[in-house]
Design a protein around this ligand. Structure first.
Ligand code: APR
Length: 230
């Protein structure tokens, strides 16, 4: 399970890190809720255009690349991410479970029809070709449900996991933060990589304090060696 801390070193701001976190500058209520979009669609749209620009300039980092290599070494690895930036896929990961959606995808606020981003950087949200409703980013806003398929496959993966690796997430936002608890109940080995302590830290078997770009390559190298030595 990954969070915004994995993309932080690619220049994509996290949400809650002091000073740098997005939510230290903006209130989620004003930008990441359906009420906010209803009240001021242009403001919300412009904010996502700003985030898309940032993400477009960003490159996958050593943490993203290490997870892509780990998936090659361990085909039964399930990668669940709360990140909407698509950087895991750009690093080569396939079948990423996007728990909070993807910023490059859009859906209609009225008829819910999904569409893949057409890279429109207009001031106003584009319109739905079917019902002329406003298109919104296909991400999960506060108060909204997790996409059913993502929730089902992520919960199953957590319940079947022998090792649960939680990387760069504050483990504050549910139901994502509940996946580690499912794995915990199933007696999985819980490993956390984070620059700070989180509510999950005391429940882990291994709490690896520090940068994702340092710890993930080390873990991948360790797994590679142990496979080669077998
Ligand atoms: N390496 C490892 N951990 C890091 C790094 C790094 N380079 N940089 C930051 N972190 C850690 C922080 O200590 C923090 O615990 O990453 C975590 C980021 O936490 P948040 O900003 O809360 O982001 P996240 O957990 O992904 O947020 C969950 O909340 O705002 C919503 O939908 C949004 O998906 C998001 C969800």
């Amino acid at each position: 399970m990954t969070g915004s801390g994995v993309s932080a070193e690619s220049g994509v701001p996290t949400f809650r890190d002091a000073q740098t976190g997005i939510w230290t500058k903006h209130s989620p209520e004003d930008l990441a809720t359906s009420q906010a979009f209803e009240a001021n669609p242009a403001l919300v749209w412009k904010w996502y255009v700003w985030r898309r620009e940032l993400i477009k300039k960003a490159q996958p980092n050593a943490a993203h690349r290490a997870l892509a290599s780990l998936a090659q070494l361990k085909p039964d690895l399930s990668l669940v991410t709360q990140n909407v930036d698509g950087l895991h896929q750009r690093a080569g990961n396939k079948n990423v479970i996007e728990f909070h959606g993807n910023i490059w995808h859009e859906k209609c606020f009225s008829c819910n029809r999904h569409s893949t981003s057409l890279e429109k950087y207009s001031e106003q949200p584009p319109r739905c070709e079917i019902c002329n409703g406003l298109l919104r980013p296909n991400v999960v806003w506060f108060g909204e449900a997790i996409p059913e398929e993502a929730l089902a496959s992520a919960s199953l993966a957590a319940a079947q996991s022998d090792v649960f690796l939680s990387v760069g997430t504050s483990s504050l936002v549910y139901p994502a933060a509940g996946l580690a608890e499912i794995a915990l109940q199933k007696k999985a080995t819980i490993i956390e990589i984070n620059t700070n302590a989180t509510p999950l830290t005391t429940k882990t078997d291994y709490s690896l304090k520090g940068l994702a770009t340092l710890w993930l390559p080390a873990i991948t190298a360790h797994v590679k060696r142990s496979i080669e030595n077998h």
